[in-house]
Design a binder for this molecule. Structure first.
Ligand SMILES: [Zn+2]
Ligand SMILES: [Zn+2]
Length: 326
């Protein structure tokens, strides 16, 4: 499909198009990028600040892939109400709006993947739109509660969805406080309130943004297709490494409710590895396996490839009550 060039799409985004993309709705995302970029020139560098940025990247990408995506959007495993809240809160610090908004839009994506109704299909509206453009648009900022009735019944999740700015602000303030404390208590670390906020919050959050946005854009463009799904989803090791396992997107579109997205041991899926470890200590349970028929389908798609037995990981006793029963 013919799409307009990038300058024209940018201009359209900055001004206003039929989807109400406009300057006001674009401001928060633009500000985050600007603060990260300009901030790096204004604050002193410290390895400790970079380490905090890296840790917060890993922790928050995990909260988004395991929490916002596999748990809230697809119910791929079960957990306690407390851990469910923790996943929602930590995911919320990534400033990607609330868990209900996120899950509702993602369920919509699976329902209409790469059709004209898909909000962020690179096939229909180009790479820029699918990566970032649609997020600059008021039309898609509402939470469609009818798509997430199973999540909307929890008042604490509705609270996080309504006050979605709270978790990122709490993280920002905490990082500033920690940096200021370290500046006097641990001067050798080189930390200040300023550099911890720039690296730990702005830089880390922008990197988490693009890791997440890649799933909507590049995973429908780059990589190989194992399953002949009705969409353009693809499998890519590179994207799986950046996004802690979400790059096996063709697998995921073929069987979205499986906990694992890398269907074989060599398809590195760090999020699944962590979830398995969490299941051993009882924090999560009922990890949904990939059925044998899907492995058989994969084997037929690539003759000679050994089928991996369906594996849900060990089933453990829950520490808390299942949210469904709460
Ligand atoms: Zn997709
Ligand atoms: Zn999904």
């Amino acid at each position: 499909m013919q799409t307009p060039g990038l300058p024209r799409r940018l201009l359209r985004a900055i001004l206003r198009d039929e989807d109400n993309v406009n300057l006001i709705d674009s401001t928060p995302l633009a500000f985050m990028h600007l603060a990260a970029l300009v901030g790096l020139f204004l604050v002193p560098f410290a390895w400790a600040a970079l380490a905090v940025a890296a840790i917060l990247y890993v922790v928050r990408v995990f909260a988004l892939t395991a929490g916002y995506h596999r748990y809230f959007s697809h119910r791929a495993f079960r957990t306690s109400r407390a851990f469910q809240f923790l996943l929602a809160f930590v995911g919320g610090t990534s400033a990607q709006l609330g868990p209900l908004w996120w899950a509702a839009h993602h369920r919509h994506h699976h329902r209409f993947a790469d059709t004209e109704q898909d909000i962020h299909s690179p096939a229909w509206r180009g790479l820029f739109w699918s990566h970032l453009g649609w997020l600059l648009c008021r039309k898609y900022s509402r939470t469609e509660l009818d798509l997430v009735p199973d999540l909307a019944k929890f008042p604490e999740l509705r609270f996080l969805d309504r006050w979605h700015a709270l978790p990122p602000l709490m993280l920002l303030v905490s990082l500033f406080g920690l940096g200021e404390w370290a500046a006097t208590a641990r001067p050798g670390w080189g930390l200040t309130g300023g550099n911890l906020v720039v690296y730990g919050f702005f830089l880390s959050t922008v990197l988490v943004y693009h890791a997440t946005f890649c799933i909507n854009s590049l995973t429908h463009v780059i990589g190989r297709r194992r399953f002949a799904t009705a969409d353009e989803s693809r499998n890519s090791l590179l994207l799986a490494l950046i996004t802690m396992g979400e790059g096996w997107h063709n697998n995921h579109h073929r069987y979205p409710v499986a906990t694992r997205q890398g269907f074989y041991w060599w398809e590195i899926d760090l999020t699944y590895g962590i979830l398995r470890a969490l299941s051993w200590v009882g924090l999560v349970w009922d990890l949904r396996p990939v059925p044998a028929k899907i492995y058989e389908e994969a084997r037929q798609a690539a003759p000679g490839q050994e089928a991996e037995p369906a594996d849900a990981g060990p089933v453990t006793l829950p520490l808390g009550s299942a949210p469904e029963s709460a």
